[in-house]
Design a protein around this ligand. Structure first.
Ligand code: PLP
Length: 386
């Protein structure tokens, strides 16, 4: 991994702000900014279609980069507008039948839970939320027990919730799903770019992710991994002339690779920016990024635990860079506002899960420094003292 000075020199935003909103949208490295702006410039100079044609080789390389990041095949990758659209395209393609069961976790993302409810209403599927174990992770024994009974068509959950908490034991979940012959859809939105992810090791059939969070890519981009064998069986809920070809007056063929889940028109500059973000993460080394994030998050949690009137809220055997807390004396929104007014602004966000109260979310990335954490902790201490 490049040293911290290089990481920060690569990240122009670190000069302006102390950014602890990496679970919202992280600061982009210059490589991403340059890829996006160079392409926008080309579009303005040559025309949008002409600029895309000039960029055809780097555009193809985006799929290879994402595949490398996940240990997948480029044909198993679709690039779409965001993680939600990636997830929706796969989820709504699944042939779920009345009475079939979706198993999910207590930390499921609201944006995924609503589609479950919609299919419950439309198709009569059943939603079952698995119990947590004493570490706040999905109970593997509860999962094994439920998979041994008939009726489960899908296991679908996030690797890591938007409001932090434990990392789910996804390899064990994947192994149980494979043994039971049940599809495993993994929402890795908060994990991609934060920690190493290998779809073959995890054993998920589908994985969805976004560009702008820990991966540090542009907004408005996301991607879908879908295992080759499954991809060919799933008919996307929407088709266009990129996903399918008209082969007769009333006949069409759907393409065989994962790009059947894409639309023809897209933000080409952002797609190139996503590719640059993936290449940057691979160059920095995701394993090392993860080590540094855990180190910094541990430091932040320890420092916050020393402040009277502050409650750390993260559970789990393996917690991530997403640190959440509440203050007795001040609402999360007010904390966010006060921190944003510091002479060098401190960016945090307010989060809440599907259930539970609002909390302050300070999500660290490898480019954060211990000194920034000291400044955040001092500012929080200052708020509690008022
Ligand atoms: C766990 C999780 N899943 C999915 C999403 C949705 O991602 P996007 O906004 O890119 O659609 C988020 C966004 O915060 C998330 O935290």
């Amino acid at each position: 991994m490049p040293d911290l000075t290089t990481l920060r020199d690569d990240t122009p935003g670190t000069h302006q702000v102390m950014h602890f909103n990496n679970a919202g949208a992280a600061l982009q490295p210059s490589a991403v900014l340059n890829a996006v702006t160079a392409h926008l410039h080309n579009e303005a100079l040559w025309g949008g279609y002409e600029a895309a044609a000039l960029a055809s080789a780097p555009l193809d390389a985006v799929y290879r980069s994402i595949a490398r990041l996940l240990n997948a095949h480029p044909q198993e990758i679709a690039v779409v507008e965001n993680a939600t659209r990636a997830w929706d395209m796969a989820f709504y393609a699944l042939p779920l039948q009345p009475g079939e069961v979706i198993l999910t976790s207590s930390n499921e993302y609201v944006g995924n839970y609503i589609p479950y409810l919609q299919l419950q209403r439309q198709r009569g599927i059943e939603i079952q939320v698995l119990a947590d174990d004493h570490n706040g992770q999905v109970s593997l024994s509860a999962l094994a027990e439920r998979l041994a009974q008939p009726g489960v068509a899908l296991v679908s959950l996030p690797l890591l919730a938007t409001d932090g908490g434990p990392l789910q034991p996804v390899r064990e979940i994947g192994a149980l799903c494979r043994a039971a012959g049940v599809t495993f859809l993994l929402d890795a939105c908060q994990g991609v770019g934060q920690l190493p992810l290998d779809v073959r090791e995890i054993g998920c059939h589908i994985l969805t992710a976004t560009s702008r969070k820990y991966l540090r890519g542009p907004r408005g981009m996301g991607f879908l991994y879908i295992e080759k064998g499954l991809c060919e069986q799933l008919e996307p809920p929407f088709l266009d002339l990129h996903a399918a070809t008209l082969v007769g007056p009333a006949q069409f063929d759907i393409r065989s690779d994962a790009r059947r889940f894409e639309a023809w028109e897209c933000n080409v500059a952002a797609k190139l920016g996503l590719g640059a973000a993936v290449d940057y993460a691979l160059e920095v080394d995701v394993e090392r990024i993860w080590e540094r994030i855990q180190q910094l998050a541990g430091y932040l949690r320890r420092e916050l635990s020393g402040i009277a009137g502050v409650q750390g809220e993260d559970a789990g055997v393996c917690t991530s860079g997403i640190v959440t807390f509440t203050l007795d004396a001040c609402s999360p929104l007010r904390v966010k506002q006060v921190l944003a007014q510091a002479s060098k602004p401190i960016n945090v966000s307010v989060t809440r899960g599907r259930t539970g109260p609002e909390r302050v979310r300070a999500s660290v990335h490898a480019y954060n420094t211990e000194a920034e954490i000291d400044a955040l902790v001092a500012a929080v201490r200052g708020i509690t003292a008022v």
